[in-house]
Write a protein that binds this ligand. Sequence first.
Ligand code: KG4
Ligand code: ZN
Length: 348
Amino acid sequence: MADEPLILGIETSCDETGVGIVRGHTLLADALASSVEEHARFGGVVPEVASRAHLEAIVPTMDRALAEAGVTIADIDAIAVTSGPGLAGALLVGVAAAKGYAVAAEKPVYGVNHLAAHVAVDTLEHGPLPEPAIALLVSGGHSSLLLVDDLARGVTPLGATIDDAAGEAFDKVARLLGLPFPGGPPIDREARNGDPGSIHFPRGLTAPKDLAAHRYDFSFSGLKTAVARWVEARQRAGEPVPVADVAAAFQEAVCDVLTAKALDACRANGIETLVVGGGVAANSRLRALAEQRAAKHGIRVRVPRPKLCTDNGAMVAALGSHLVAAGVAPSRLDLPADSAMPLTVVSV
Ligand code: KG4
Ligand code: ZN
């Protein structure tokens, strides 16, 4: 609707410079500049390289988003920006840019939580989120299960990884298998030609004794080590490594645990909506298994399209739009870039 506020969102927490523009739940622009190729040879994101790339990309990306939406900065009603969590230097570029544009164009600014934005982005695809909902957030830096009562004001963490994030496990296993960084997409592709039942890898924190203390927590470090030992044993024996089978069996172990715990959280809390977000939500097996298991219990799974799952500016704009609609006050102009922003804080 034309009278809904026009919100611009800026994302610079990791290696993607994103600027998105939304009106209500309608996506008008989603401009992205990625420095991922500059990090590929290091096998992970190099913070200094990412910050410099954001500095170079922020103004052109901003201009592209405005042109794509066919608006000017004067038309924007509010600016939202990722305040945290993320890489400190990278966050600073986005926060400084948001403040600059906000002061120059006299607009309110909202400093928002990157993880809440990964949940909010689904509203651009599936409309308002029924609350309460359970959110499974799986990215390169985080893996959490959240109870979402009121996304505008706070979320309740139910559990999180106690070691590696799910995306980190994909990246490390890809490296072991000689696949490129980031590892999620190539493992997803390889796994399509592999047999997930050919190797049984461990499911972390699912034994009855672990469930007592860690019902909704995850652990992927033992799985990663199990894959490494398995691959090393093959190499020592002089046998070829069946990359597609290892990828499929590893992916199955991750998706099995993520979906089992997410659906357990839904059922234990009597909740009928599961929303999945973050880069790993782009995984084809995770999407299929979540839907298959949820259907048995009458639970609806909402997963945004893959491009909206990985980091982008639209997700920040979507959360900003949700905050404005809920009447949340804007942030102060001295809002911080907070690399360790807690999950419970939606906006500062
Ligand atoms: O949300 P995101 O773009 O950045 C962070 O906030 O971390 O997530 C990036 C992570 C990477 O670890 C990447 O390997 C993973 O998401 N990823 C995937 C897939 N696409 C991206 N993991 C599994 N399957 C995919 N198709
Ligand atoms: Zn992210």
